[in-house]
Design a protein around this ligand. Structure first.
Ligand code: M6R
Length: 605
C-alpha cells in the first residue's frame, strides 16, 4: 500500500527517489511526494509521473526521502500526501502504518497552539518529532522520544535540515530495509525500490531504529546497539521489469511453467519431498492433531486446496480460516497439538501477520508459505517454505497462486510419506509433478482461443464460476481474478450450491464458467451444466483434453487443459481462468496491473 524510499550518499538523490517510487507503484497508491534535505518538498496526487513532471529542472541534493500514499486518514490530496513536516519545518517524515492514538495526541498538540496542515495521523508524529528535535541534540533522540508516545504500527524515515546527511529509520509492524551501495545507503519498505542499486540489504526488526549517514549506519534496539546480519537479495533486476510485455500480469502468467520448476527444484525425491525449511519442526508437525491454514484473497483459496491435499495424502485434519477472521477468534484447540500455516505471497498482509502473532501467543507452531524472502511473515513464523516464484508485480496473484498450490502438494507429500501415504502413490505424485511445467506450457497455449472467447463474452456483466471438490476453490479464485481485473461482477460457488439460491439469477445474459475436468465428480458437474442450459444461461466449460466433445452440445465454448493427477489438476485449470480475466480486462482497456482501489499488499486492516 504506502511505500517508503530514502537515500543518502554521494549521488543526486532525486532520480534515485523517483525510480524507487516508480518501483513501488505496483503496491498501490494515490499520491506521492519527495523531500530533498535543504532543498524542499514536492507532493502531487496521482501517478509518480505527475510528481516527476512537476520537479524543477535543476533540483539536486544528496539526501532525501520519498513516499507513495494509499489514503487512510484523509482523502488523497497534496496536503495529506507525505512527506509531512512539523510546523517549524525542521524535519520531514514519511510513514507507513497507522498511529492509533493520533486523535488524542493531536488534541493535546492543538491545545499547545500547533496548527496542522493535513488530516493525517502521520502529521501528528511529524509534529511530535519536530517538537522533540527543538529541544534534543540529535535527530535519533528526538525520534525515539516521539515514538515513545505513539501507539500503532509504523515504518518511518525522517530527515532534518539541521543534520543534512542523516536519515533516521524506525520500524514497528511495517517493513523497512537498508540497502548498502558503494555510493551511499538506501532505505525502503520494499526490495524493488533498492534492487537497481544494490542487492546487499539489512532487514530492520520491530523495535529497531537505524541512523544512516553518508559514512555508515548504526542500528539500535531498546537494549542498545544491535549487530545485524547483512543479506543478499535473491531477485534480479530484470524480474521487476516488464521486459517488453504489455502488462506484468501477462508476463507473470507466462512465467508459470518456469515458476513451477523453481518451486519444485531440489525438493523432489522419487516418492517424496524434501523441504529444508521444515526439517527441524517436522516431528512436531507429524504429531499435530490439526493443521490450521490461514491467508487472505487468493492465498486463502490456495489454502482451501492445501486443506484437501493435507487431509487426502497425510490424513491430518486440516481447516482453513480467513486471516482477517482467525485473528479475532478464540483458539480452542490445544496449541501443542495444532500447527498454523500462514500463506502470503508478499509476506506483508497485515491480517495474516496478526493471525500468526496471535497463534504464537497461544504457543502454536507457526509455518509460512511465503514468496518474499525476509518479509514480515517469513520472519514472524517459526519455519516455512519459500515459493521461489520471483517477484510478482501485477496486483492479481497469478504465478504466486500456482506456486502456493505446488508448495502445498510438496508439504502434503512430505507429511503423507512420513505417515500413511504409500510409496507407490508417492511415486505417482512425483512423476506427475515433474510433468507439470510442460503441461502448464500446454495450458498457456490456449491464449489465442481464450482471446476470442473473451471477445465473445466481453460485454458480460455477471458471471458465476462453478466447480466441485478440487475445483470449488478454483471457482472462487477464477471469480476473484475476473472481478478484480475486469470489474465484471463474478461469484464463485461449489457447483452443488447452485440449486440452493444462485440458480435464480440464470438467464440468457448470465455467464457461468464451469470447471469440469474428467475427474471423480465430473458427471455431477455436468448435471449442473444441464440445469444452467435448461434455463438459457450462457456457458463456458473448462475441461480436460480428450473430453471436449462430451461438452460441445452443452456449452457456448469449451476449453481444455491436459489431464493430470486429480489433486494436481487445479494447477492447470487455474491458468486459463487467469488468462480469461486478463483478456477480458484487456478488451475493456482497464489498468490491469493496478486495478482501481486495489493494492498489491494489504498492510492495513
Ligand atoms: O500477499 P498476500 O498473498 O498475503 O495477499 C493476499 C491477498 O491480498 C491477494 O491474494 C489478493 O487477493 C490478490 N489481489 C488476488 O489476486
Amino acid at each position: 500500500m504506502c511505500g517508503i524510499v530514502g537515500y543518502t550518499g554521494s549521488k543526486n538523490a532525486v532520480p534515485i527517489l523517483i525510480s524507487g517510487l516508480k518501483a513501488l507503484e505496483y503496491r498501490g497508491y494515490d499520491s506521492a511526494g519527495i523531500h530533498i534535505v535543504n532543498v524542499g518538498t514536492i507532493k502531487r496526487t496521482g501517478k509518480v509521473a505527475e510528481l516527476e513532471k512537476s520537479l524543477p529542472a535543476a533540483i539536486d541534493g544528496t539526501t532525501g526521502v520519498g513516499h507513495t500514499r494509499w489514503a487512510t486518514h484523509g482523502p488523497p490530496t497534496e496536503a495529506n500526501a507525505h512527506p509531512h513536516a512539523d510546523s517549524a519545518r525542521i524535519i520531514a517524515l514519511v510513514h507507513n502504518g497507522i498511529i492509533e492514538n493520533y486523535a488524542e495526541l493531536k488534541a493535546a498538540l492543538v491545545q499547545e497552539g500547533i496548527v496542522f496542515a493535513s488530516e493525517t495521523d502521520t502529521e501528528v508524529l511529524a509534529q511530535l518529532i519536530g517538537k522533540e528535535f527543538s529541544i534534543k541534540k540529535d535527530l535519533e533522540s528526538a525520534v525515539r522520544a516521539a515514538l515513545s508516545k505513539v501507539r500503532g504500527t509504523y515504518g518511518i524515515l525522517v530527515a532534518a535540515e539541521r543534520e543534512p546527511g542523516k536519515l533516521v529509520a524506525a520500524k514497528l509492524g511495517s517493513p523497512l530495509m537498508l540497502g548498502i551501495a558503494e555510493d551511499g545507503y538506501h532505505v525502503a519498505s520494499d526490495a524493488s525500490a533498492i534492487l537497481p542499486y544494490t542487492r546487499t540489504v539489512i532487514y530492520l526488526e520491530d523495535g529497531e531504529m537505524a541512523t544512516v549517514t553518508k559514512e555508515g549506519y548504526r542500528i539500535e534496539a531498546d537494549a542498545g546497539p544491535v549487530q545485524k546480519k547483512i543479506e543478499e537479495l535473491e531477485w534480479g533486476v530484470e524480474e521487476i521489469q516488464k521486459m517488453g510485455y504489455e502488462h506484468f500480469m501477462l508476463k507473470e502468467i507466462l512465467e508459470i511453467p518456469e515458476v513451477i520448476t523453481n518451486t519444485l527444484r531440489g525438493r523432489l525425491l522419487s516418492d517424496s519431498a524434501i523441504l529444508g525449511g521444515l526439517r527441524d519442526v517436522l516431528p512436531r508437525i507429524l504429531k499435530a492433531k490439526r493443521i490450521i491454514i490461514t491467508g487472505c484473497g487468493s492465498a486463502y483459496y490456495s489454502g482451501l486446496i492445501g486443506e484437501m491435499l493435507i487431509e487426502e495424502f497425510a490424513g491430518i485434519p486440516a481447516e482453513v480460516e480467513l486471516a482477517s477472521e482467525l485473528r479475532y477468534r478464540r483458539f480452542t484447540m490445544n496449541p501443542k497439538e495444532a500447527v498454523l500455516i500462514a500463506v502470503s505471497q508478499s509476506g506483508e498482509t497485515l491480517d495474516t501477520l496478526e493471525a500468526v502473532k496471535e497463534a504464537k501467543k497461544h504457543g502454536m507452531l507457526t509455518l509460512g508459505i511465503v514468496n518474499v524472502v525476509g518479509s514480515s511473515i517469513a520472519r514472524a513464523t517459526d519455519a516455512g517454505v519459500y515459493n521461489h516464484a520471483g517477484p510478482e508485480i501485477g496486483v492479481a496473484s497469478t504465478k504466486a497462486f500456482i506456486s502456493q498450490l505446488a508448495v502445498f502438494v510438496l508439504i502434503a507429500l512430505l507429511l503423507g510419506r512420513n505417515r500413511e501415504l504409500s510409496k507407490i502413490e508417492g511415486e505417482r505424485l512425483v512423476t506427475e509433478l515433474r510433468q507439470l511445467p510442460e503441461l502448464a506450457r500446454s495450458a498457456l497455449s490456449l491464449r489465442p482461443q481464450i482471446e476470442s472467447i473473451a471477445a465473445t463474452f466481453r460485454s458480460t456483466r455477471d458471471a458465476y464460476f462453478l466447480g466441485r471438490k478440487w475445483h470449488c476453490p478454483i471457482a472462487y479464485e477464477g471469480a476473484l481474478k475476473l472481478k478484480e481485473i475486469s470489474y465484471v461482477h463474478a461469484e464463485g460457488y461449489g457447483a452443488g450450491e447452485m440449486k440452493h439460491g444462485p440458480i435464480a439469477l440464470i438467464d440468457p445474459d448470465f455467464l457461468s464458467v464451469i470447471l469440469a475436468p474428467r475427474d471423480s465428480v465430473y458427471e455431477k458437474t455436468k448435471s449442473n451444466m444441464q440445469e444452467i442450459r435448461a434455463r438459457g444461461g450462457r456457458l463456458l466449460a473448462l475441461t480436460t483434453q480428450g473430453n471436449e466433445s462430451d461438452l460441445f452440445s452443452l456449452a457456448d465454448a469449451v476449453l481444455s487443459v491436459p489431464l493430470t493427477h486429480e489433486a494436481l489438476q487445479p494447477l492447470l485449470t487455474a491458468i486459463p481462468l487467469q488468462l480469461f480475466a486478463y483478456e477480458m480486462a484487456r478488451l475493456r482497456a482497464l489498468p490491469i496491473d493496478q486495478p482501481r482501489n486495489l493494492a498489491k499488499s494489504v498492510t492495513v486492516e
